[in-house]
Design a binder for this molecule. Sequence first.
Ligand code: SAH
Length: 346
Amino acid sequence: MNDILSMDYEELTGFITGTLGEPKYRAAQISSWIAKGASFDEMTNISRSMRIKLSESATLEYPSVVQKLTSAIDGTVKYLMELSDGNCVECVLMEYEHGTTTCISTQVGCRMGCRFCASTIGGKVRDLTVSEMLGQVITAQKDSGKRIGGIVMMGIGEPLDNYDNSVKFIKIVSSEHSLGIGQRHISLSTSGLVDRIYDLAGEDLGITLSISLHAYNDEVRSSVMPVNKRWNIDSLLTACRDYFDKTGRRISFEYILISGKNDSADGARALAQILKKYFSDRPLHVNLIPVNEVAETGFKKSGRNAVDLFVKTLIDNGVNATVRRKLGEDISAACGQLRRNTLNKQ
Ligand code: SAH
C-alpha cells in the first residue's frame, strides 16, 4: 500500500496519473483535502469510483487524539496522539503573540540518553514516518480549529537521528500544496549529531537550527549528554559556524539551567567565551530554560537568582540571551513527560 501522506507533491502527482491513471488536477484536490485532515470518504469533489480506487491502493491515516490537556495558565494544549500501530507520541500547541506554533515528535522514544530528559528513559522504539510527523500538525490544526503558523521539532525524539524523514517532512509541510508553513517558521532542535548538521547545511532549507548545548565545557556536557563523547563541543560549534556560513541562518542555542550543575556565573562566563571563540561576531541567540523536573532524573531547576545572574552575565559578556517563557507548566508540557506518565500507569 502507498502511504499517501508521506508523498511530496511530485510523488502524489505521479501516483495519481501513473498508478491510478487519473488526471493531474486530482493531485491538487487531494492535497488540499489532506491539509484539512479529511479521509478519502470525505473528499466530496472526487468521484465515488475514484475514492474507492484510492482506498484500495493507498492508505491515509492521521494520528488520533487519545489525551488532551489544556493549561489553565496560558492555554497551551498538550496532545497524546496514537499512531496506527498503537504507539503514542506527544504534540503541543502553543500560543505566541505572532501566532500558533506546534511542537512535534520525530521518533517514538529516543536513543540519545540525555540524563535530564523523560523521552529517552525507555530508549528508542522506532522512527516516525513522514506521514506521522505531518499527521501531528494536521491533527492538531483540525482539533484546535487554529491555523498553525510555526513548527518546532522539539518533541520526543532526535530529528537528525531520523534524518531523511525529518528533511522530507520539512519540505512537504512548507510546500504550498501542503500546509504552506514557511521554513522561516520551522525550527529543528538537535542534541548535536555533527555529521548530520553538515548534511543539513547542504539541503538549502531556510529553517532555524536549534542546538541543545546545555553546558559550558566538555566535562559538564558529557556528564549529562552522552552524545558529547562522540561529538564534543569543539566539533559541534565548528559545525554550527559552518551551518551559519552556508545558510545565513542565525543559530539558536538551548541551555537548560540545572541547579548546581551548569548554572554558576563562572559557567556563564565560560559559555560566553566559547561562543565568542567559535562565532566571533556572527549572530547567535541563547535560550535559557530552567530544567523541567522529571521524577526519574533527580535534577532540580535553578533558582530565580541563579537564572537572573546567568542571563545577566551572558549579556554583560556580549552574548544575546533570553530566559524562555515557560508554557504549559501545569500540564507536564516538557518533552516526553506525558507519554512517560501514561506508560508508567500501564
Ligand atoms: N532531540 C532533540 C529534540 C528534542 S528535545 C534535542 O535534543 O534537541 C527538545 C529540547 O528539550 C532539547 O533542548 C532538550 O534538551 C530539552 N529538554 C529535554 N528534557 C528537558 C527537561 N527535563 N527540561 C527542559 N528541557 C528539556
